[in-house]
Design a protein around this ligand. Structure first.
Ligand SMILES: *Cc1c(COP(=O)(O)O)cnc(C)c1O
Length: 473
């Protein structure tokens, strides 16, 4: 069953009770938005989404927008999917929330079992939280605590990558590597050792078109090996995104990085934490991106698409080996001291369970390959554009790098917000997107159709032309 997109019926009279001018004013008066310069936001017109249906969102006037970034990378099967809505309503008829501290609930139990069955073999213990940053932070604390409980407290350092993004809490920022977001908080963070970004190194060696080379993989793995040889005895874990660095501008890894990192971590007795928050749940064409290289991390962070993009839900999956290190009698104080009020929330777990069932019943992954290829073919033309420096794709995750000058590859000045202007031009044309630095981002829901992909690409090309050919002010 696929949901129909019904722009006309998506609007119902109830929306008329919302006063658009009033809401826009109160939005600017009271609501401090994430990752937003509010002084600029306050003088612009911003979209207020009132409804969604399928791959579309609708504002208060009923204007439709194709959701080309899956509501910030989390929507999976479209908005208001009948089965997800029904699963949520069914659970609401039972209970919205009950604690999982020392107690349990059916959706959380069933979802943990399902995740353990679907995850790479060996990941069989599930710890819930609400957001991706928490899932990563929990993995970091578990890795640290694991070595303490194993009598190896000297293994307390973390290894991370330039351009990494793992979320915005202090622990997640500590293992991040995006200087623009992170430098200001430097004094607040714990130290992590850093390796180059796999894409960054590969591109520096082989250029924007030919970066995906075995020699690039070998060069990066050599850096990792040197680091592990020097400091492996003190390193608790290597933390990395799974196959592509998302927030830094969609920077895919050369083939073999994940498998190579897994082998080196094994050799040096270092845990591997893979952040699948963005890549999980089909976004790269497989359920989890690490499946492309048959890698099983020691800890895997999930979020975003876990609930189909419906509710805040995240999870940290780990192995029996790590789990066992926390076992003991109560007085031995080996337990994991971590939990959140809404851990294992039954509404979120119920909708996540149905999300996974849809993958199976509708053969979502089997049907995805054709659309990923269609997207790839459509993207080829962007390489010719005079203001595009690179086009990057991993599955349905796409970054189009905008340049001021193609011959030098130089970016537009940060303050000019050229990429925002391009995204805004696309939004005006009915395609909702949001850039990352100098990169335009596309990350449509898995339910996107070939026709919708065509429309997104055509709209983006138009927006790109309109903004880059206009005289700069
Ligand atoms: C979005 C993201 C996070 C953070 O998730 P939140 O739910 O925003 O806290 C962590 N890691 C990656 C790779 C992400 O893309």
């Amino acid at each position: 069953m696929t949901q129909e997109h019904q722009p006309a019926s998506a609007m119902q009279p109830a929306d008329a009770s919302w006063d658009k001018e009033q809401l826009a004013a109160w939005d600017k008066r009271y609501f401090w938005h994430p990752f937003t310069q509010m002084q600029v936001y306050a003088r612009e017109d911003n979209v207020i989404f009132a409804r969604g249906a399928g791959n579309y969102l609708y504002d208060l006037d009923g204007k439709a927008y194709l959701d080309a970034i899956s509501s910030l990378w989390c929507n999976v099967h479209g908005h208001r999917h009948p089965r997800l809505d029904a699963a949520l309503q069914a659970q609401m008829g039972r209970v919205a929330h009950s604690t999982t501290l020392g107690a349990s609930n059916p959706p959380a139990i069933l979802l943990a079992k399902r995740l353990a069955e679907l995850a790479p073999a060996g990941l069989e213990r599930v710890f819930y939280s609400e957001d991706g940053a928490e899932a990563v932070e929990i993995a970091v604390k578990m890795a640290f605590h694991f070595w303490r409980n194993s009598g190896r407290p000297e293994k307390r350092r973390f290894l991370t990558l330039d351009n990494a993004y793992h979320g915005d809490t202090v622990g997640a920022v500590s293992v991040g590597g995006m200087d623009l977001f992170h430098n200001v908080y430097q004094d607040l963070l714990f130290h992590a050792d850093r390796l180059p970004s796999p894409y960054g190194l590969a591109r520096a060696l082989f250029g924007a078109r030919d970066w995906d080379q075995p020699a690039a993989t070998a060069a990066w793995l050599q850096r990792l090996e040197e680091m592990l040889r020097e400091r492996g005895g003190e390193i608790a874990a290597l933390v990395m995104e799974s196959g592509i660095q998302g927030a830094a501008g969609l920077l895919p890894f050369p083939k073999g990085i994940l498998a190579g990192a897994r082998a080196l971590c094994d050799r040096h007795d270092v845990l591997l934490i893979l952040d699948e928050v963005a890549t999980g749940f089909g976004r790269t064409g497989r359920l989890f991106a690490c499946e492309h290289e048959a890698v099983r991390p020691d800890l895997m962070a999930l979020g975003k698409g876990l609930s189909g993009g419906y509710l805040p839900l995240a999870a940290t999956l780990t192995t029996q080996r790590i789990y066992d290190a926390f076992l003991g009698e109560f007085g031995e104080t080996r337990q994991f001291y971590h939990g959140h009020t809404f851990t294992g929330n039954p509404l979120a777990c119920a909708v996540a369970l149905e999300n996974l069932q849809i993958f199976e019943d509708e053969q979502i992954l089997e049907r995805l390959a054709g659309r990923i290829r269609h997207l790839h073919d459509g993207l080829a033309a962007f390489w010719q554009h005079p203001h595009v420096g690179a086009v990057r794709q991993f599955g349905l995750m796409v970054g189009i790098e905008v340049v001021a000058d193609k011959s030098t590859g130089s970016a537009y000045p940060y303050g000019e917000r050229v990429e925002y202007a391009i995204s805004r031009a696309a939004i005006e044309r009915g395609v909702y997107t949001r850039p990352l630095g100098d990169t335009l981002v596309l990350m449509p829901p898995l339910s996107i159709t070939a026709e919708e992909i065509d429309r997104i690409l055509a709209t983006l090309a138009e927006a790109l032309d309109a903004v880059t050919s206009a005289p700069r002010t």
